[in-house]
Design a protein around this ligand. Structure first.
Ligand code: GAR
Length: 207
């Protein structure tokens, strides 16, 4: 399964996905990294690992993409014969036109237990809300912001002296663990989606 990773920043989830796909038995292969940020660290990581990169120009500073930006994204995905997409710190909405071309084949990782704390700075929102447990979520992407059906979650206890950074770091460890699991399940056709509910079948129950 040919996978595009879309990322805007540091790229630690890209790294985790790349390591997992290269070291474990899976049909998932990361064939391109797409970024809307020319200077994103993820691009250096990808180049260093021999993964092709492409820069996207959404054509607008935020909000909906320009028609040209959408077309360029579509062409890039076609050029690399992409079959599934992992958003890994991609800080733009994916255009609905592209979502329709990849039904239940676009995953996102988010640093909270959704549906709590969608959007930016989820770890800070969790601390400010005083929750005792936070975590991370891999979900299928729909047209909303961090609203799609949940695939896998991991819980992370909040410690009394946590800062945004310390909590984010512990959540990130779990992100790196569950994102490959979700991608492998997608690659092995082990996700069953019924409305909002996704079942992740174990490898032996696939047929
Ligand atoms: C990760 O914590 C990811 O969950 C978050 O951005 C970070 C990217 O880190 N994504 C979102 O907040 C999406 N709403 P990375 O570039 O090191 O993978």
């Amino acid at each position: 399964m040919r996978v595009a990773v879309m990322a805007s920043g540091r790229g630690s989830n890209f790294d985790a996905l790349l390591k997992a796909t290269r070291s474990e038995r899976t049909s998932a292969e990361i064939v391109v990294v797409l970024s809307d940020q020319r200077g994103a660290a993820v691009l250096e990581k990808a180049r260093g690992a021999g993964v092709p990169v492409e820069i996207l120009d959404p054509g607008t500073p935020r909000g909906p993409w320009s028609p040209e930006g959408i077309e360029a994204l579509r062409v890039a995905l076609q050029r690399h014969r992409v079959e599934a997409v992992c958003l890994a710190g991609f800080m733009r909405i994916v255009p609905p036109e592209i979502l329709r071309e990849f039904p239940s084949r676009i995953l996102n990782i988010h640093p909270s237990l959704l549906p709590s704390f969608p959007g930016l700075r989820a770890q800070r929102k969790a601390l400010r809300a005083g929750v005792k447990v936070s975590g991370c979520t891999v979900h299928l992407v729909d047209e909303g912001v961090d609203t799609g059906p949940i695939v896998i979650q991991a819980a992370v206890p909040v410690e009394p002296d946590d800062t945004e950074d310390s909590l984010a770091a512990r959540i990130l460890e779990q992100e790196h663990r569950i994102y490959p699991q979700a991608l492998f399940a997608l690659a092995e056709n082990r996700l069953r989606v019924e409305g909002r509910v996704v079942s992740v079948l174990s490898p032996e129950k696939r047929s």
